[in-house]
Design a protein around this ligand. Structure first.
Ligand SMILES: [Zn+2]
Length: 594
């Protein structure tokens, strides 16, 4: 990856006015010191998206998105940090002279990315040439015929074939001096015997970005060899879980139909496109991520995701509810009858039958409610558990109208009064440390403003100050042992170790935070919920002192509690000495604590 110096990145941040950059995508209006507007990362009708120009920070109280101007562009464009820095640098006239990357000579960052794109495009052209114009391509052409893929659709998706030869792509790339780029992209590998092709005897599916540039490949065997699919490795151009297959090809159809059908595999997408459903994309074999949904959601929020109609598929649709809600969307599920996938279904039953499935697709939330209502019917305890689960989901719904609608349906489905359910929703969510969904999905939207005890808020507040007030980092470090939350402690230490204002490090830190922490820190950073004032160093110091005091009180409460329990335990054991010692310690603590 190309590197810029911290000074250059800092200059880009200073010149790129965050209100102007975000204002190009979001209609912003002034509200006090902040600007507010409708969040581009989730679907909402009342603005919960704030930009604080003084701190150079944005935050959405709805979905928890937040960070620097760089975080905004990364999220919006699904791009990597260096790419965003170069784009903004170009726009704001900052020249970024290149730093020498080891072994890469003095090609500029922009030049390097262009070289990577060129290597991918060369590979795509090579694979297409082999598929259509050589005897090596014949088995693949036959395979496409048996799968019912027309030449027209195959060309539209730029399909190709990697021949079963040791180094034929490698040689083509070599001739154009693209070997270094191809190594970086995982198109070829190098060992003692030389440079050879990574993809062999595979049907090739180029994955393109929003501008139609090839960013990666998927390769499928023609027979039953395993692995059936291999994909390009992560590279400066491609990161798994942030891209979808077919979005470029589908973009016009999506706009026309105002809907997107999401399938899992390449051939499912191609089969649906063949059957006339051009508004189709594939999640590239992984479970859908919130990032992918946001990317798709920029074209249409009317998303229909296909799931297998069997038990495993229903389970997957249950997990998807949360991902959709966290991306600010409801989403509907097309359940493909057991024994079929979208490809085989549309071939056997035809386009009209598939359209009927799509037309009857229910909201994902309804499938979730079905399951909870079945649980609620079992016993009173199960009903409470169902209410808790439903409440947890409802906490993620940021749109008040949708919230009302869903709350009413949910209350009816699980047989509790709407009032009781609403009360459940207002109860703080338990932190699900280590849960996969907690880190992969965005935070429950309301968490930042509605929940969390004083201690958590104070910890998040100290992290916010450490990020926004570089001159206080050294002094803040002294309160490190007051932290209890592992993840926030980690972010805090990282923030305190950044030297001076450093947009690259701060942006990276925000990216690495869990979505929940980003939401909490972000809310404080734009001065929303807590009325945080950080505008002068004195104010920031006073606020930090408040947070430290809150954490110290919590620490003393915990210690007092431990002493009390020890005293009680010692008393129960009848040990007068132990009890006396513990009581003595307790008194000392109270005195010290004030
Ligand atoms: Zn949002």
């Amino acid at each position: 990856m190309p590197r810029f110096s911290d000074d250059q990145i800092e200059e880009v941040r200073n010149r790129a006015d965050i209100v102007e950059v975000i204002g190009a995508h979001v209609r912003l209006r002034r509200a006090g010191r902040n600007f507010v507007g409708l969040c581009p990362f989730h679907n909402e009708k009342t603005p919960s998206f704030s930009v604080n120009p003084e701190r150079g920070f944005f935050h959405c109280f709805g979905c928890g998105a937040g960070g620097t101007v760089f975080n905004f562009m990364m999220r919006l464009e699904g791009a990597a940090f260096p790419e965003v820095v170069s784009t903004l640098a170009r726009r704001y006239g900052v020249t970024l002279p290149e730093l020498d990357a080891p072994g890469a000579g003095a090609a500029s960052n922009r030049g390097e990315r262009e070289t990577l794109f060129r290597a991918n495009q060369t590979a795509a052209d090579f694979f297409a040439h082999v598929l259509w114009n050589t005897p090596d391509g014949e088995p693949a052409r036959a395979y496409l015929r048996t799968r019912g893929v027309s030449v027209e659709i195959a060309r539209e998706f730029m399909l190709g074939f990697a021949p079963d030869r040791v180094a034929s792509l490698a040689r083509a790339l070599e001739k154009r001096s693209l070997t270094a780029a191809a190594l970086k992209l995982g198109l070829v590998k190098r060992d003692a015997a030389g440079t050879h092709d990574m993809f062999r005897a595979r049907l090739m599916f180029p994955i393109r970005d929003g501008q139609g540039r090839v960013i990666a490949f998927g390769g499928r065997v023609l027979g039953d060899r395993t692995p059936k699919y291999i994909n390009s490795a992560e590279s400066p151009l491609y990161s798994k879980g942030r891209n979808v297959y077919g979005l470029y090809e589908a973009r016009k159809a999506i706009a026309r139909a105002d809907r997107v059908i999401v399938v899992e595999g390449y051939l499912d997408a191609i089969a649906l496109a063949e059957a006339g459903f051009a508004e189709v994309v594939a999640s590239l074999g992984t479970a859908l991520t919130a990032d992918q949904l946001r990317l798709i959601g920029r074209l249409s929020t009317n998303i229909l995701a296909c799931f297998d109609g069997d038990a495993a598929g229903r389970k997957a649709s249950m997990r998807a509810v949360e991902i959709f809600l966290s991306a600010g969307m409801l989403g509907r599920a097309i359940l493909i009858p057991p024994g079929f996938d979208p490809d085989t279904f549309v071939k056997q039953h035809g386009a009209a039958a598939f359209e009927a499935l799509a037309a009857s697709a229910r909201m994902l939330f309804d499938y979730f409610l079905d399951a909870q209502s079945a649980l609620a019917a079992r016993s009173l305890g199960d009903r409470a558990r169902a209410a808790e689960r439903v409440a947890e989901m409802l906490r993620m719904v940021s749109n008040p109208f949708e919230f009302d609608l869903l709350a009413r349906r949910a209350a009816e489905a699980i047989g509790v009064s709407e009032d009781v359910l609403r009360r459940y929703v207002r109860r703080p969510a338990l932190r699900r440390a280590g849960s996969e969904t907690a880190s992969s999905a965005a935070a429950p939207p309301r968490i930042a403003t509605r929940t969390g005890n004083a201690g958590d808020t104070a910890e998040a507040g100290l992290v916010a100050i450490a990020i926004l007030r570089p001159e206080m980092r050294a002094e803040l470090l002294t309160c490190v042992d007051l932290f209890e939350d592992e993840a926030l402690l980690h972010s805090f230490l990282e923030a305190c170790s950044i030297e001076g204002p450093n947009a690259a490090a701060e942006t990276a830190l925000v990216e690495r935070m869990t979505d929940e922490d980003r939401a909490r820190v972000g809310a404080l950073a734009v001065g929303g919920a807590a009325g945080l004032t950080l505008d002068t160093l004195e104010e920031a110091r006073a606020l930090a002192a408040d947070f430290v005091a809150a954490l110290s009180r919590r620490r003393r409460r915990r210690e007092t509690e431990v002493q009390r329990r020890e005293a009680a335990a010692a008393g129960a054991r009848g040990s007068v000495d132990d009890a006396a010692a513990a009581a003595q310690a307790l008194i000392a603590l109270r005195r010290g604590g004030g």
